[in-house]
Design a protein around this ligand. Structure first.
Ligand code: URA
Length: 485
């Protein structure tokens, strides 16, 4: 007898898992099941699938559920059956099946999961909101056509990224609404429900034209990365035909202007192994480290793999100070004020830092000041943005950029202000209070002098402790200065 299963939605993973557990417990073979989605086959009734009861009897290999969670979003109508057949096989004598990449079922599931991930990436990158005035205020509306059933799974990404806005994403199968504190899903819509133009359109177009590099134009790669079907929703793509037409002439002009031969010997402190992006810093560090530093800044600001929190920040906050500064100060991350002004250490902690530098007689404008993490990470709470500490992954993301920044400034001493900076500079999690006032080994043999972060002084509860710790901090700054004169 065939057991007919009707799932509540096209990517209803939890329901699929519960039903699959029940079928497995009742030893119902895959070929005796058929799988449907509610509403797809009117008039069909589900056979009561046996409910799963008690603890699971079968051991499911690690990785299967993760694979299944992605693969189930694929549009292939056979996905439910394929998943159940794989589950049956791994629990009936083929426990290692997932590691057999050549098995046709596994290969197919892996390909499905990959396609779903790519689709999600496209949704993150190519979805464009338009502004609409509504009675409830400004609403942002976007039209998007995903290939697979990813709308519900990806809604969280847009909530995290645009938590403070009211927005709606319309797709052919589903509408996702965010009203500032609750997400709601509705039926699919139509492309014409979404307005086409608004004031941000010229901005997107100007941005795209500015970052388009005529010497690197690869139409094939561009089309495979950004298929034409997304173009009509992306204002900047209106610029593509003109930019492509002009590219050969502009590239020829770039060649005619000529490139200066690269400096044959890398300069002291240039991090060959950390070279990334377009290689600007290596080519230019020798003759124009300032330009190379600017290129590094542009590269980081334009990164398309930035952590989610970075996209919620107002802007990137890069380091400031002269090339060749003997002292290179590293803080944690920009705070609220730094995020708004785009400059490091200009808020309350920065003002305290300035005062201490003055008292220690270390001219701030002769030092280089930057942060381990270059975007403000915060939790929105009402109108305030609460500082959130960066984690090890955040520090690791920015570290290659920090090392290249150090390489270009070529300082003599690195000063870690607090634990995050110490970790970013040494790659280790050292205790600040035990290390402060001493130097430890840093990147490429440069010494790292450790001290506390100025915001630690701001958080001290009593005045006596504040005065004592402030004096020790000033003493630390003097010591650091003494190491480079
Ligand atoms: N705290 C930091 O670590 N850096 C800043 O730029 C501001 C506050």
């Amino acid at each position: 007898m065939t057991t007919a299963v009707i799932l509540p939605g096209p990517a209803a993973f939890d329901a699929w898992r519960d039903i699959a557990r029940g079928l497995l417990a009742a030893e119902i073979r895959p070929e005796d099941t058929e799988w449907h989605v509610a509403g797809d086959t009117p008039g069909l009734f589900a056979t009561a699938a046996p409910p799963a009861s008690g603890p699971p009897r079968h051991r499911v290999p690690k990785g299967f559920l993760e694979l299944a969670e992605f693969a189930i979003r694929h549009r292939d109508p056979e996905r439910f059956m394929l998943l159940y057949r794989t589950l049956w096989r791994v629990t009936h004598g083929e426990h290692e099946l997932l590691t057999v990449a050549t098995d046709p079922d596994i290969a197919r599931l892996q390909a499905m999961a990959k396609a779903v991930r790519r689709d999600a990436h496209k949704m993150h990158a190519f979805l464009r909101f338009r502004h609409v005035e509504t009675e409830a205020g400004l609403r942002h509306i976007a039209w998007f056509e995903p290939e697979h059933h990813i709308e519900r799974a990806e809604a969280g990404f847009f909530v995290r990224r645009f938590a403070g806005l009211l927005w709606t994403i319309v797709t052919p199968r589903c509408t996702v609404h965010w009203n500032g504190d609750r997400i709601a899903f509705g039926p699919g819509g139509n492309r014409f429900d979404v307005p086409r133009d608004d004031a941000t359109e010229p901005l997107w177009r100007a941005y795209y034209a500015a970052v388009f590099n005529p010497a690197r134009m690869k139409p094939g790669a561009m089309l495979s990365e950004m298929p034409r079907k997304y173009w009509r929703n992306m204002p900047e793509t209106a610029e593509i035909p003109r930019l492509m037409r002009e590219a050969p002439r502009r590239a020829a002009e770039m060649i005619a202007r000529g490139a200066t031969p690269p400096n044959p010997r890398p300069q002291r402190g240039v991090y060959l192994h950390d070279q990334g992006g377009d290689g600007m810093d290596l080519l230019d560090a020798g003759r124009d480290p300032k330009a190379a530093l600017k290129a590094l800044k542009r590269e980081l600001a334009g990164g398309n793999d930035l952590p989610d929190f970075a996209r919620r920040a107002t802007q990137m906050v890069f380091g400031e100070g002269p090339i060749g500064a003997p002292l290179f100060f590293v803080g944690e991350q920009p705070g609220d004020e730094e995020d708004l002004k785009g400059r490091p250490f200009v808020g309350p902690a920065g003002r305290l830092f300035d005062r201490a530098m003055g008292d220690a007689e270390v001219p701030r404008d002769e030092a280089y000041v930057t942060n381990a993490v270059k975007h403000f990470k915060f939790t929105p709470t009402g109108k305030r943005r609460l500082h959130q500490s960066p984690d090890a992954g955040d520090i690791a993301y920015y570290r290659p950029f920090l090392l290249r920044e150090i390489g270009l400034v070529a300082p003599r001493l690195l000063v870690a202000l607090g634990a995050t900076a110490l970790r970013a500079l040494t790659g280790k999690s050292l205790p600040v209070m035990k290390t402060r006032g001493t130097t430890v080994d840093g990147p490429e043999g440069l010494p790292v002098f450790a001290t506390v972060h100025p915001s630690y002084l701001l958080r001290l509860p009593d005045q006596a402790a504040q005065q004592r710790e402030y004096a020790t901090f000033v003493e630390d700054l003097r010591k650091a200065q003494g190491l480079v004169v």
